[in-house]
Design a protein around this ligand. Structure first.
Ligand code: AMP
Length: 175
């Protein structure tokens, strides 16, 4: 079975979470399978090797594969967190959600000018979160090398929001 088929069979689809009409892609069963998790990191590493200088992972599921990937590639991992969580000086960016808005932050000394940064999260839905992360990297004069996701929900057209930052948008599995 291909890696994609095994991921597909392992992800748990939870209907109507967190609200009616949303089918939540729960990756918890993947995390309970260390061999599959290792193969996922390997797949990401083969794709991004040599193309990036750092990985910015989006809280919190973006940390799960993002940090092991950064260690495997021998490059820094940068935390992007919800407002109020990072202890040192931060820059922040506010973005719109379907209802209301959200704000994310990054430490001011994480991205160096010209650094080639990959934005990573577990799942691409509308692209709002990954796009906001890209804004933070731009504010620090980093170069956005691409976007990386384990899962992409293609029918939500999230890539459209991201193409102005980078054309290199890679997901292991799409629905
Ligand atoms: P978005 O900003 O719309 O691209 O949403 C992406 C963020 O929301 C990611 O951090 C995902 O973990 C989470 N997310 C959105 N939709 C789902 C879904 N159907 N299943 C699991 N996670 C989701």
């Amino acid at each position: 079975m291909s890696l994609q088929e095994r991921i597909d069979q392992t992800i748990r689809n939870v209907p109507d979470f967190p609200k009616p009409g949303i089918q939540f892609k729960d990756i918890s069963p993947i995390l309970e399978n260390p061999k599959l998790s290792e193969e996922i990191v390997e797949e990401f590493a083969n794709y991004w090797k040599g193309k990036i200088d750092a990985i910015a992972g989006v809280e919190s599921r973006g940390f799960l594969f993002g940090f092991p990937l950064a260690m495997k590639l021998g490059i820094p991992f940068i935390l992007i967190r919800k407002k109020g969580k990072l202890p040192y000086k931060t820059i922040s960016h506010k973005y719109d959600l379907e209802y209301g808005s959200a704000e994310i932050e990054m430490h001011i000394d994480s991205v160096k000018p010209g650094m080639r940064v990959l934005v990573h999260d577990d799942l691409l839905a509308t692209g709002g979160t990954a796009g906001a992360a890209a804004e933070l990297i731009r504010m620090e004069n980093g170069e956005i090398s691409g976007f990386s996701f384990l899962v992409e929900l293609e029918f939500l057209n999230g890539t459209e929001k991201l193409l102005s930052y980078s054309k290199n948008i890679h997901s292991i599995i799409s629905y």
